[in-house]
Every structure is written in structure tokens, then in C-alpha cells.
Design a protein around this ligand. Structure first.
Ligand SMILES: Nc1nc2c(ncn2[C@@H]2O[C@H](COP(=O)(O)OP(=O)(O)OP(=O)(O)O)[C@@H](O)[C@H]2O)c(=O)[nH]1
Ligand SMILES: [Mg+2]
Length: 234
């Protein structure tokens, strides 16, 4: 089983190397692909150097900041081309802790997609202000209602997909290049009849680096989910 973890990164110089090393230490079948969008803080250069000594660390460099969804797509393309059986995604800021990887991988025994979920019993969020908690809860309630998906954490970026899932649901046709790629992807996987499992994770707010999500992205995501609900996944 070849598992590739996609780490989209933009200005994650303080996180990328300790996080990649931590991920790689969890299982010898795991490889890491950093998809870096020419981060001004030199994240890409750090990975470029580190990969000289670590054959399981890979790097895809893009010319500029093209959005989270499009970074996942570039990672999917790479993982499919490099014969990955399992394709995982994690944030590159330690909010998704690698300690959950063994549980996620074993949950794949009975699922086609696993979500590291904040909103199932045992899951949660630490260090988030009330406004951020409410926004995330609202985004999930909104998505569940509009897209009619049985998943409790539709906005989570901690995921594992079976290769066949990515091949079948045509993520390359998703209209959003930003964060709402995640919601549409859940919808496509569910509608294609695949089994989605959620395992509880505690999401920890980043302690290093800065958030890239802004108000515009939130509105854009809400709009994209609404359009997806009306037109269907497209
Ligand atoms: N390659 C690439 N990575 C991105 C882009 N936007 C965000 N990221 C990465 O996507 C991950 C999630 O972004 P964050 O800024 O942590 O956003 P978030 O986790 O939704 O929000 P916070 O909880 O505030 O951190 C991080 O690893 C970012 O570095 C982008 O345009 N391109
Ligand atoms: Mg984050």
C-alpha cells in the first residue's frame, strides 16, 4: 500500500519540516508531497533541501498562490501518476496532528474515504475563539442541509481517499479553486455511493505562522455551496 499525504503550503516555513518528519515517522508506507505556491517565506526552498536526504519527501512548486482547492488537485494528479493507493490531505500548520494517521489508515479497512472529524463524539477544537467556532459550526450545518450529505465535518481538510474514489468522482471538474473544494468533494464522494467514515480528531489552532483564510474566502465558499446545491456537483 502506497500512501501519499498532500500538504498544501503557503508560508509555512516554521511548520513544514517538523510536520513532514513527524508524518513520515508514523508509517514506513507513507510519503509526503508538499504543494507549495512559491511561498515568500522560503517554505519551498526548505523542502527542496530536506528532500535531498529524505526519499519519501516530495515537492511540487507552483508559480504563485493559486488557492487551496487547486493545490489539492495538483497533489491528486501527482499521487495518481505516482501509483498511490491511498491519497491523504492535511493542513501544513499542525492543526491536523499526525498522531491520528494510524487510526485513519486503519479506518480505511472499511471505508472508501475517511474524514478526521471535529464534530463526532470524541472530536473537538482547541484554542479557537467563539466566533470562529460558530462560523465553522454554521458552515457545516449549512453544507449538510444544502448538499444533503451525512458527514458532520464537511469543511475538514484532514482526509484519506482511496485512489479509486479520486479516479471516479472527477475532482478536476470541481468549479472551486478555493476552500469550498472540500465541501463539493464530500458531496461528490457521497453521491457516487462510496462509504465515508468519520474518526474523531481534536483540531488544534496553529501556534506558528498565520492563517490564510479571509472573509472573502468564506463568502465565496458559502456561494459555491449554494450553487452546487442548485445545479448539482459540476
Ligand atoms: N499551496 C497552497 N496552500 C494553501 C493555499 N491557501 C492555504 N494553503 C494551505 O492550506 C492549509 C490550510 O490553510 P490555513 O491558513 O491554515 O487555513 P485554515 O486551516 O482553514 O484556517 P486556520 O484555522 O485559521 O489556520 C495550510 O497548510 C495553508 O498553508 C494556497 O493558495 N496554496
Ligand atoms: Mg489552519
Amino acid at each position: 500500500m502506497r500512501a501519499i499525504v498532500i500538504l498544501p503550503s503557503y508560508d509555512e516555513a516554521e511548520n513544514v519540516l517538523p510536520l513532514s518528519a513527524d508524518i513520515l515517522s508514523r508509517d514506513p508506507s507513507i510519503e509526503v508531497l508538499v504543494v507549495d505556491d512559491n511561498s515568500p517565506d522560503g517554505t519551498g526552498d526548505l523542502v527542496e533541501r530536506a528532500r535531498q536526504d529524505e526519499p519519501r519527501l516530495h515537492l511540487l512548486r507552483r508559480a504563485g498562490k493559486l488557492g487551496l482547492g487547486s493545490a489539492y488537485l495538483a497533489g491528486f494528479r501527482y499521487a495518481l501518476d505516482h501509483d498511490a493507493d491511498l491519497i491523504l490531505t492535511m493542513d501544513c500548520d499542525y492543526s491536523h496532528h499526525p498522531r491520528y494517521l494510524p487510526t485513519i489508515l486503519s479506518a480505511m479497512g472499511e471505508a472508501d474515504m475517511v474524514v478526521g472529524s471535529r464534530y463526532v463524539p470524541g472530536g473537538g477544537v482547541t484554542n479557537w475563539p467563539l466566533t470562529r467556532r460558530l462560523l465553522s459550526r454554521f458552515a457545516n450545518a449549512y453544507t449538510r442541509l444544502l448538499l444533503r450529505v451525512p458527514v458532520h465535518d464537511c469543511t475538514a481538510g484532514f482526509r484519506c481517499y482511496r485512489r479509486e474514489v479520486i479516479e471516479r468522482v472527477e475532482p478536476f471538474k470541481i468549479g472551486s479553486s478555493g476552500y469550498s473544494f472540500l465541501e463539493e468533494m464530500v458531496c461528490r464522494v457521497h453521491r457516487a455511493g462510496f462509504r465515508i467514515a468519520e474518526i474523531p480528531i481534536v483540531f488544534e489552532d496553529r501556534t506558528r505562522g498565520v492563517s490564510k483564510i479571509d472573509h472573502r474566502e468564506v463568502y465565496r465558499a458559502a456561494w459555491h455551496v449554494l450553487v452546487t446545491a442548485i445545479r448539482g456537483p459540476h
